[in-house]
Design a binder for this molecule. Sequence first.
Ligand SMILES: [Zn+2]
Length: 212
Amino acid sequence: MKLMRSETFTHKDKQYELRLYADGWRFTVQSFHNGERADGYSHSVDLPTAFDLQQAKNTDAIAVLFESAKNEIREENWERHVKGYLESLHLTEEQSIGCQKCTNRDIDITKVDGRKMYRCKTCGNVWYEPRKTTGATETFLDDITEGVISKGFYDIATVILLNMVFREGGRSPSFHDQLDNWCNQNWLRYETYVEVKKKKEEEILHFTRRLK
Ligand SMILES: [Zn+2]
């Protein structure tokens, strides 16, 4: 999904950001507050492929989505219909979380690289809490974890991780020990292969999901 445009909107002194995402000709507007989803509503339209994708974001069809998202906030539908219901159940975080893939509720919650990681014990699905702030190291690591989630694998040159993330030195654990430990925490596994580019050989790490 590609972010096409965003606009801000104020309701009861709270500032919201409405973001328009595109996935082919499917356009979706979602509302955010302080960088996190303001509610669970998504407003989507599948436009005919005759629409010009660059122009589509400024059409009336898209304006309707923005208006619907604003109305949801103005009418406080999320607060009235969902939040109150959840609060009435008095659930702990563990009890309230379900796997998006298999809907099972047996979820392991751990903390990895400064944020929560969720893992479904039934199907092995892994996901993470969104970061509020990030740093250089996290950016490299998140590219791997997010890549495995979205594509099923992620490839990166060994030397990049060695230089940028899992540095060796003094009496600290070796590069491979640090890498193995990080993979175990994130339920990942890796294989290495050698890529030849301009007659130069480079070792590549190929990350995939570990199920057991
Ligand atoms: Zn699952």
